[in-house]
Design a protein around this ligand. Structure first.
Ligand code: ATP
Ligand code: MG
Length: 421
């Protein structure tokens, strides 16, 4: 029996990979504009990094990690997300001491979660994310949010919905926590076992439960916005006013609770409104995590970031029927007839490529007509035809495939001729 691809993973083949490359390019361009620098961390880390950094009451840590022992008996995990690793690296490389503050980083790479595969949900998926560490200016929260929106807009998406919330600072969260416990405790046995453990450990996460989302106590649960202290409230108002200044449209949703334990103040999600996008509409999630750097063993440092997956971005691109500019045209296809011309076409193709042009030729000993068909298939802009006669006179026949015009030129002038047009 032949071996198949593992469940929840996918091959990205030529024809589709160009879309990925395009999006990765757009993301890099935007990060350059916003001055975020790339960081690359390992695909696996000590499992403990995630139990501490993501939080041991999260679905990710409790149910979704690929954790294994290596031959040295270490507990390692394939990374399920990027933030914890970026923060580990920030601490390990003492980036908190760098002159340039805040430290603004982006990453892009595969993440691994043992999930039930479905549309938009994979076991290996590619996340692009940014982290800004070392500033607690609400302007940086707004910057990070607008960076995410810029990426979707640059790709051509229009049906986007940005929702923002504040989870407040520690003081606000403690007050809210008490209110949540008082609210859910009397009827907690009507909730799933996960929620029962969450009640004492992290009652905020009950609001994020997928099983109990329709329970009547959910709708009436105390809103965090009613528990924000003065400082948290004014922080949140600043973030909103900066978003407005940048013409970033948003709605405040007090029920937005992010899945990770270390969030405070700003939390946000970007959803797709596109018809036919399917059940999973969240494209991007992020927020502020002022406690995380300390949790990972560094000096108390504020941080904010987001993560999005390219898979869901592309699903939104499909749902909105956006055409990405991903032509992979060949500049010149060299058609050769006769053994000598075929031999010499090796040099011609090579010279074109050295000059930075994309060039292709026949490798299957095709007849003239079939070579032209092959040139069509790869959408060649020009076809250069070389027969024995041309070869002996040092010329080549250059055909413009758009206008149909043909011209006999010197072989030595071919590169120039194509570059000029
Ligand atoms: P969800 O509620 O959909 O499970 P999450 O809260 O687990 O999302 P995050 O951990 O915040 O998501 O990850 C950020 C983004 O990464 C998500 O908004 C989504 O775009 C993407 N993402 C998360 N899990 C997957 C997955 N299994 N496959 C593809 N993309 C994913
Ligand atoms: Mg999830």
């Amino acid at each position: 029996m032949s071996i198949k691809i593992p469940r929840g993973t996918q091959d990205i083949l030529p024809g589709t990979v160009e879309k990925w490359q395009y999006i990765e390019e757009v993301a890099k361009d935007i990060c350059r504009n916003f001055q975020y620098k790339e960081i690359r961390t390992p695909i696996f880390e000590h499992a403990e990094l995630f139990t501490r950094g993501v939080g041991d009451t999260t679905d990710i840590v409790q149910k979704e990690m690929y954790t294994f022992k290596d031959r040295g008996d270490r507990d390692l995990s394939l990374r399920p997300e990027g933030t914890a690793a970026v923060v580990r690296s920030f601490v390990e490389n003492k980036m908190f001491g760098h002159a340039n503050q805040p430290v603004k980083l982006f990453y892009s790479g595969p993440m691994f979660r043992y999930e039930r595969p479905q549309a938009g949900r994979y076991r290996q998926f590619v996340q692009f994310g940014v982290e800004a560490l070392g500033s607690e200016d609400p302007a940086i929260d707004a910057e990070v949010i607008s960076l995410a929106m810029s990426l979707y807009q640059a790709v051509g998406l229009k049906k986007l919905k940005l929702i923002v919330n504040s989870l407040g600072d520690n003081e606000s969260r403690v007050a809210h926590r008490e209110a949540l416990i008082a609210h859910f405790k009397p009827r907690i046995e009507e909730f799933c076992t996960d929620c029962q453990t969450r009640l004492e450990k992290n009652p905020l996460r009950i609001l994020d439960c997928k099983k109990d989302r329709n329970h009547e106590l959910m709708a009436t649960a105390p809103s965090i916005l009613d528990y924000l202290n003065e400082e948290s409230r004014s922080y949140f108002e600043k973030v909103q006013s900066y978003l407005s200044l940048m013409d970033v449209e948003f709605v405040v949703d007090p029920t937005l609770v992010r899945g990770l334990d270390y969030y405070n103040h700003t939390a946000f999600e970007i959803m797709s409104d596109a018809e036919g996008f399917g059940a999973i509409t969240t494209l991007c999630g992020g927020g502020r995590y002022n406690g995380l750097v300390e949790e990972i063993g560094g000096p108390s440092t504020p941080g904010i970031g987001f993560a999005l997956s390219i898979e869901r971005l592309l699903a939104a691109v499909d749902a909105e029927e956006v055409e990405l500019p991903v032509e992979s045209k060949v500049d010149c296809y060299v058609v050769a007839l006769g053994d000598q011309a075929k031999d010499y076409s090796v040099k011609i193709v090579s010279d074109l490529r050295k000059a930075g042009l994309s060039a292709e030729r026949d490798y299957l000993d095709r007849k003239l007509k079939a070579q032209f068909k092959a040139a069509d298939r790869v959408q060649a802009r020009y076809v250069a035809v070389l027969g024995e006669e041309e070869l002996s006179s040092g010329t080549i026949n250059l055909k413009d495939m758009e206008s149909g015009e043909q011209e006999s030129i010197k072989i030595s002038k071919l590169v120039e001729a194509i570059q000029e047009r």
